[in-house]
Design a binder for this molecule. Structure first.
Ligand code: GMT
Length: 382
């Protein structure tokens, strides 16, 4: 198939999934055309069957706001015609689903459109009155709509007030990108720990995000403060965003500045998971939590919150733990239990690795997308 993919190409999870899916599909022989504002950051080298088409927004001085949406739609229509694409896969409802529909009208082809909803496009932007109707239009005008969890599908129907069928297809990681860490500490991992001033006997907790308020990093720091009182440990915080300064302030007020390592944005997080013991994701909104899956595939046991799709990724008491939003008491209790009972940690880790390979394998998820592409081309939903 000849497939056009549009996504935000920077570091967010939606762009990562769009890119990883494009790579998997290209490996299966499909012709993949990324139509984006930049080369997606996970594409590190030229790959057969992948072409990148850059959307360059006109900065004409009359424009108070550069018209990304219009330029993108025009570019998509051009690529559809030039390469005779079979379908478009738009990631993130705003504005991409709407641009897909606009491009279809501009092109000479009755092209099929799949839209994948990723989370904040619904759970944050869906509450914005100035966008809600446009999101509904994008969803209802797409041939197939998928969401990254059942929870997001349910929330979409409620928030956007639509009866459109929404097919949940979980996120995945490409297995080679997140190798499972060896059970015995390796020289390489010990060296990395020492580079960051982490002593061999110290346990490592990790959180990776865009530091927005929905991530509730305050609860992560509170959890760590409680763990640190009982266990020699460090907390790795990877990422950057609006809450960073508040988190630093909180760390200072708890006298934990030298125990919490603020590592900023990192392109390749896999190495940090290799040296981590526990992954924390305690958000108040989270449609899936791709970073959970990345950690779990590496063998890092997760503690998540009850928000959105996290409950679908972690099986409480089996493959990790789930706590209420804001409950640092419960999160620290579970973390201490895991870090002081190696047998418990090991058995949970084993179940987690099996579950990840069974429910979230890159082959399984790519099969699901391929299945719905084919259905769409056969006229499903006409
Ligand atoms: O976390 C964000 O706000 C970024 C957003 C994105 O577009 O990258 O993440 C959303 O999509 C990811 C990929 O499907 C999901 O794993 C994240 O859970 C989701 N974020 C939220 O729902 C808050």
């Amino acid at each position: 198939m000849k497939i056009g993919i549009t996504c935000y190409p920077s570091m967010g999870g939606s762009g990562i999934i769009a890119t990883e899916l494009g790579i998997k599909l290209a490996e299966r022989g499909h012709d993949i055309h990324f139509i984006t504002s930049n080369i997606p950051f996970r594409i590190r080298k030229p790959l057969p069957n992948i072409t990148f088409h850059q959307v360059e927004v006109n900065q004409y001085s009359v424009f108070q706001y550069p018209p990304y949406d219009i330029t993108l739609s025009t570019k998509i229509a051009e690529v559809v015609n030039e390469y005779d694409l079979d379908l478009l896969h738009m990631h993130y409802a705003v504005p991409h689903a709407i641009c897909g529909i606009l491009a279809k009208h501009m092109s000479e082809k009755d092209i099929k459109i799949m839209t994948t909803l990723h989370g904040t496009d619904i759970t944050v932007l869906g509450y914005d009155h100035s966008l809600k109707n446009a999101i509904k239009f994008g969803i209802e005008g797409s041939d197939i709509v998928t969401s990254v969890s059942q929870s997001l599908a349910d929330q979409t129907k409620e928030i956007i007030e639509t009866d459109k069928d929404i097919v949940p297809i979980y996120n995945f990681v490409r297995e080679n990108e997140f190798p499972t860490k060896p059970t015995i500490p390796t020289e390489k991992n010990e060296k990395l720990k020492s580079c960051y001033g982490i002593k061999p006997e110290e346990k490592v907790l990790i959180h990776v995000s865009n530091f927005r308020s929905v991530k509730r990093i305050d609860t992560i720091v509170d959890t760590f403060a409680k763990v640190h009182k009982q266990i020699p440990s460090k907390l790795l915080l990877l990422g950057d965003g609006p809450e960073l300064m508040n988190v630093k302030k909180q760390a200072r007020s708890l006298n934990l500045e030298d125990k919490i390592l603020f590592l900023g944005k990192q392109n390749w997080v896999s190495d940090f998971y290799q040296i981590s013991d526990i992954k924390l994701l305690l958000s108040e909104k989270e449609s899936f939590g791709l970073s959970l899956l990345e950690a779990m595939k590496t063998g890092v046991v997760p503690i998540g919150s009850t928000a959105g799709g996290i409950k679908e990724v972690i099986k409480h008491n089996e493959t990790g733990y789930i706590v209420n939003v804001g409950d640092s008491e419960a999160a620290s209790k579970y973390a201490i239990e895991l870090l002081t009972k190696p047998e418990l940690y090991k058995s949970m880790q084993e179940k987690m690795l099996t579950d990840v390979s069974e429910r979230f394998s890159s082959e399984l998820i790519t099969d699901q997308y391929e299945y719905y592409y084919k259905k769409m081309l056969e006229g499903y939903n006409d």
